[in-house]
Structure formats: C-alpha cells, structure tokens
Ligand binder design. Structure first.
Ligand code: ZN
Length: 282
C-alpha cells in the first residue's frame, strides 16, 4: 500500500461524516467572508493596514520586534450591505458573533500573510496579532433587542436600547504582551491581558515580558438601564438591574448622562459585561 493510501485510510477513520460536515461549514463561512471582503472597500482597507504595518517595520530599521506588534483591522460594515450580500453570513454573525469574529481574524491573517510574504524582506505574522474591530449597527427591531430577563440573557449579537446612568473615566488595558523564555529567547508567546506571567510550553520556565513592545489601548465602562425598565412601573421590594457596557478602543468615549442610546454588542455572561460593537445616540 502506498503512503498516500495509508494516510487517506487514517483520515477516513478520524473524520466521521459529522466532522466533515462541520469542516465544510467552517470553510464555507470563511470563503463567504473572503468574497465579502473582496467585493467591498474592506479589501483596500485591509491592504492599507498591511502596507502601514510593513512601512513601520522598514522605518524602524527592520527591527524584528516590530513584526510582533498588533495588526489592528477596523472592519466597519453596514447591516443592509451585509444582508444584501449574504443573509447567511449576517445571521451567523448575529447568532455566533464570537465564532464569526475568529473566522474574520483567520481570513485577515491569510490575506495579510499573502501580502507580507511577497514583500522584501518577506515575513509572516501570527493569529494572536490580528485584532478585528467588527463594527455593525443592528436595527432596533424586536428580534434583535437585548433584554435583561433573569436566567435568560441573549448571548448573540444584539442591540441594547438603554439610558446612561453613569460612567468610568477612560482606563488603559493591555492589548497585547510579548513573553520570552529565559532559556530560549527565540520562543515567543503573544497574549492579551493577563494577571500572571505565563509559563514556557517547551520547558515550563516562567516567561519574562518584553516590556518595550507591550501594546495598550483604552476602554471605559458605562452603567446603563434598559429603556424597557424605565417604562415599567416599579414594584415595592424589587429593583431593575443596571448593566455595565464596555466601550473599548475607537468606541472609548463618554456618553451623555440620562440620554438614550442604541448599543449593538455582545453580552459576556462570565464577567456580566455588554461589549459594544457600535454606539448610536437616539
Ligand atoms: Zn522555555
């Protein structure tokens, strides 16, 4: 039996029909995302972001550390344009925003590395360096509304109609940190915000941060009440729960107290924060 047949045989036993179906779906989503990016002005934008990344590297006298920096890609698109282009991608984005965001990052990584490997000197970056800022405003239709019912909170992409009760001042957070192994400085780990130094995958030694190339960004937290709760009479002994909204990066801004906003975003049940993707004053 040839090697080819052997490996084919192994794959057949490893991949059940169910796996294949899941893989096909994943590939299909990525394929649709590539086509969407190509057919809109996002293609030009991604190229510009990559060119600027490269220019910074050249200006920095080809300092290798600069190749470990974040590649921030603002992906702003309209609900109507995406709906017209591909209703399936839109509905998946609404149903599984975190999963779709990862798919976008993987697509951007492959576009970026195609560009970077054709440059002089050629190089590649990693998935951990890609930050897609997906920005889309959902229309405030009934089916998309974020509602805060106890034990039943939507975790897809929703639009939250709310009134601002208070906000924090802008804070800094670590977007990306670079860690080196003292035993082998070529082993580089890239992570986001962490509380404790990670350990080396190879030797288990505690890694040391490469402080000089830490990347930071801004965020602020806004405390809001849902518009719904303001329209419902208060019962004695009960109180409406306010929600914290996280406005990060380009969205870090102070909203106006007492004003109504439609905030599109994703609720994270673990830290109870509603992460904004777009903010609109009503
Ligand atoms: Zn190590």
């Amino acid at each position: 039996m040839s090697t080819f047949n052997e490996s084919k045989c192994n794959y057949t036993t490893l991949l059940t029909d169910c796996h294949l179906e899941a893989l096909k779906k994943e590939l299909h989503l990525r394929e649709r995302i590539v086509i969407f990016i190509q057919q809109t002005d996002l293609w030009e934008l991604v190229k510009q972001v990559c060119v600027r990344f490269h220019e910074r590297f050249v200006r920095g006298n080809n300092e290798q550390d600069l190749l470990l920096g974040p590649l921030v890609v603002p992906l702003e698109f309209s609900y109507n344009a995406l709906r017209k282009f591909d209703e399936q991608v839109l509905s998946q984005l609404i149903r599984e925003p975190t999963y779709c965001e990862k798919a976008f990052r993987e697509v951007i990584l492959s576009i970026a590395n195609t560009i970077f490997t054709r440059l002089e000197p050629p190089f590649r970056i990693r998935l951990e360096q890609i930050y897609c800022r997906l920005r889309i405003k959902l229309p405030p239709q009934e089916r998309y509304l974020f509602r805060t019912q106890p034990q039943n909170v939507p975790i897809g992409l929703t639009v939250f109609r709310c009134v601002v009760q208070g906000y924090s001042s802008p804070q800094t957070y670590i977007l990306q940190s670079i860690w080196l192994c003292p035993n082998d400085p070529h082993l580089v780990t890239i992570t986001g915000e962490i509380r404790r130094a990670p350990k080396c995958d190879e030797c288990g030694t505690t890694l040391q941060e490469h402080q000089r190339i830490r990347s930071v960004s801004d965020y602020c937290t806004v405390r809001v009440f849902s518009v719904e709760s303001l329209q419902t009479p208060v019962q004695v002994g009960r109180i409406f729960q306010s929600i914290s909204v996280r406005l990060a990066d380009d969205l870090c801004q102070q909203l106006r107290l007492g004003y109504e906003y439609a905030i599109t975003g994703v609720f994270n049940p673990v830290n109870q924060l509603f992460n904004a993707w777009a903010v609109e004053e009503i």
